[in-house]
Design a protein around this ligand. Sequence first.
Ligand SMILES: [Fe+2]
Length: 389
Amino acid sequence: MPFYRRLGVVPPKRHTALRHEPGFRGEGIYYEEVLTLAGFGRAYSIAYHLRPPTRVRKVEEAGTLPLETVEQPTLRHHHLKTGPIRRGGDPVTGRVPLLVNEDVTLARCRPAEPQAELYRNATRDELLFVHRGSGRLETMFGVLPFRPFDYVVIPRCTTYRFDFDEGTPPDLLLIEAAGNVTIPPRYLNPDGQLRLGAPYYERDLHGPSETLIIDREGDTPVLIRDGQRLTRYVLANHPFDVAGWDGMVYPYTFNADDFEPITGTVHQPPPVHQTFEAPGFVVCTFAPRMLDTHPEAIKVPYAHSNVQADEVLYYVRGRFGSRRGVEEASITLHPRGIPHGPHPGTIAASRPVTRTDELAVMVDTVRPLLLTRQAMEMDDPNYPYSWLE
Ligand SMILES: [Fe+2]
């Protein structure tokens, strides 16, 4: 979880009245809502609404988001060129699921339209990587600005609306986590602070910058997703009516360019790039960095057989020293049990190079990943043979 934050007005003591005259129906207070993780056992935030957050006028079916996985007859490497995915839908309906297991769904989204309805993922934390585009995420916690190369971490049950700036059409990678997305515990000292030497720290994490108080009685639909099921809740008032909140559950951003790379005289393994973790997977950021400085260093990664991990790379920017044929927005899946490594010629080509401007997001999963029907439509069947010449 990120660290404690407070925005707007809150009473001096939790669970006591925050006066507001005349208040809803003359009750003279703001209405407290407590968001807790793991029942009441983990991090929480307390928010203060103009109206009770429970005023539901209508509950209706809103269809499903089916997930079609494709049985693979062989174990092999995959290369998905996702850059040309046709734009469609909005930041919610336009998601194209590609790789899935019980712990995580990886999807791409190139929305064509603004977000049509407020949205809430009831069962998954959402980690969005903003490849292109900028704007604001609106939630009851306020306004959270985001920009290219931001990770936007949205805790489950946060109702939200993406508002993208005009200009650059948005291009997103979505990582939907069945467990809670957290800062790697090894980055924290026993006092809960990010350690000196961790690749980022508190000032690199950005929470909502200002409150958003929409004082509006009237039907407000919210699309709620739990698994593949969609339900539309019509609320009797706008849910973004929070005058203040405090706690440790809220959406926040971290920009990949703020990741402080750890380098050595020889190749450092992927855990030095770790950025987030969740049960069943980790997220790493391959940020621009100095390459290994030993005079005999081999500056691209050694070949390795993934042992007990499926490895996904999303290529964001720059020239990818160890790979040939990948392009921006390519996704490679190197599954467990078979080796992969630098492409022929890349070791020699890297000898005179002193730094890399590559930016890539890696997701390593404990359980095997399945490919969806949409993933297979953009799969390069010749990729397994790309190490031959
Ligand atoms: Fe690898």
